[in-house]
Design a protein around this ligand. Sequence first.
Ligand code: RUB
Length: 306
Amino acid sequence: MQDTVRIAAEKIRKLEVQGARNVAIAAITAMETLAKQTRAKTKKEFLKELLKAKETLFVSRETEPLMRNAVRLIISQVEKSPEKNIKKLSETVSMASQQFLKDLENSKERIAEMGARRIRNNSTILTHCHSSTVTYLLKKARQDGKAFEVICTETRPVFQGRITAKEMLDLDVKTTFIVDSATRFFMNQVDMVVVGADAITSEGNVINKIGTSMVALMAQEARIPFYVVSELLKFDPATMYGDYEKIEERTPTAIWKDAPKNLNVRNPAFDVTRRDFIHGVICEEGIISPHSITEVMHRKYPWVFK
Ligand code: RUB
C-alpha cells in the first residue's frame, strides 16, 4: 500500500518532480491514492498508514514546507473526524486533498493576475531557476498583451533555467539565456527580478534555489526591484518556534562526476534571501511586504500554527 507513496517520494528525491508546487501536488496525490487503496481495518491502523506516508514524504526533500503543510492538513482532518468507518475516512482524505489542490490553483490564478499587472510594457525581467508560479505569472502578462523580454540564468548544477527558457520561447517571449555568473553583467539591463520560493520563514526571509540570494544582492546594488512570487503556504511555521529551515544538500557528483579524490565538493540546493532585499512577496493576498508574512499567515491560514 505504501508503494504509491514510496514511488512518489523517490521521484521527488531524484528531482523527477521539480519545484515546490509540483512536489506538493505529487505528495498530495500519493496520499489520496494511499487512502483509496488502504486495507486498514480500524481508524488507528489507517492513521498509522498515513503517518508512515508522511514520514516517507517529508524526508524525500527537506526544504518543502508547502508539501509538509498540505500533508499535515490532510492528516489532521482524519484525526479530527468523529468517523470510524474506513471508507468514510478515506473520503475525508480525498476531500481534503482535492480542496487543497483547488485552493492551490486559485492562489496561482490570483498571484498571476496581480503579478502580471506589475510587468511593465517593453520591460526586461530576469528570473533564476524554474518556478511554475513565476512562469504562469509571465504567461498571464503575455495573455494580457504585455510585451517584455526575459533573461534566464541557466541555474547550475541541474539547469532548471532551460525549462524556463523553453517555456518562455513557447510563449513567444524574446528570451536570453546566461550562465549564473553573468547575472551582474546583465543586471543593469533589467527592470525587474522575479523568483519563486521553496520556503518563507516567520521573519520574512525566503529560501529558494541556490544563487537566489546572490541575484538579490546584485539587484539591490543596481536598484532593481526584486520580487518573490509565492503561495503563502510555503511559509514554514516551525521557523516561528525557533527551528531553522533545513537546506537540502544534494549529491556532489551533480557538480563534478569524477572529481579528484579528497576534494570536498558541496552542493546545497537552496539559499536564504534576507527580507531586506525583497521588494515584495506576490502572493494570493496581494503584493505584501515580507515583514508582514506572519501576520498575514495568522489571518489567512491560522490552522498552520496548530
Ligand atoms: C526549484 C525552485 C523554485 C521553487 C518554486 O528548485 O527553487 O524556484 O521551488 O517553484 P528544484 P514553484 O528544481 O530544485 O525543485 O513556483 O514551481 O513552486
